[in-house]
Design a protein around this ligand. Structure first.
Ligand SMILES: CC(C)(COP(=O)(O)OP(=O)(O)OC[C@H]1O[C@@H](n2cnc3c(N)ncnc32)[C@H](O)[C@@H]1OP(=O)(O)O)[C@@H](O)C(=O)NCCC(=O)NCCS
Length: 168
């Protein structure tokens, strides 16, 4: 079967509807810290005024936005300048088709070769098997478990903290 090629670009203020669509998906909500019924207005504001040092990357198929990855850095904190934090979600109907891998590859290139980050860190629900598999594929390791980290669909859930250390 022919592999889909994903075009990666930076998110713009005009992408608010696409973001709302991604984060309306039950699986995207389940895997992240987002709440149901995402607000279009809030996404417009978030995209129009991104925090300094944040990079919101989108994966697109033609003009359709099918996934998002946020890379957050700490330009104001000299002792954390080597660190990036990651969060991501693929639109429910595009999961398991390589979108997450394409986004992660782009984020790692940005982190390693342009931002000079040596530690990438994230939190992932311990029962989120596809996400843990994706992160391990990109050499993230589990550093620890945070108990009852978040409330999800009526229950408290644990997260793993995972990190990737640049080799060179
Ligand atoms: C987790 C998520 C980002 C992964 O993105 P994706 O596009 O589905 O992942 P890919 O198709 O690139 O697959 C990457 C790897 O994950 C693993 N994987 C994918 N789907 C899987 C599944 N259902 N079960 C177990 N492993 C799976 C595979 O190892 C795959 O590697 P491969 O290319 O060698 O087969 C995506 O499923 C998602 O957005 N889920 C909902 C929101 C979420 O959980 N975000 C993460 C917050 S920490």
């Amino acid at each position: 079967m022919k592999k889909t090629k994903f075009f990666i670009r930076r998110a713009e203020a005009s992408d608010a509807e696409a973001m709302q669509k991604i984060f309306s998906g039950p699986k995207a909500i389940w895997g992240t810290l987002q709440l149901p019924y995402p607000s279009l207005d809030r996404w417009r504001k978030r995209l129009a005024e991104p925090p300094e040092g944040s990079f919101s990357l989108l994966a697109c198929v033609d003009d359709d936005v099918v996934g998002q990855l946020g890379l957050y850095t700490f330009p104001q904190n000299p002792r954390r300048r080597h660190v990036g934090q990651l969060g991501m979600a693929v639109r429910d109907d595009w999961q398991g088709k390589g979108v997450g891998s394409a986004l992660m590859q782009a984020a790692i290139d940005l982190a390693d070769n342009w931002l000079n980050l040596t530690r990438l860190e994230l939190e992932v629900y311990t029962d989120n098997e596809p996400a843990v598999a994706l992160y391990k594929k990109f050499t993230f390791v589990i550093e620890g478990t945070l108990k009852n980290f978040a409330y999800r669909d009526g229950q408290f859930v644990d997260v793993y903290t995972m990190a990737r250390f640049r080799e060179k």
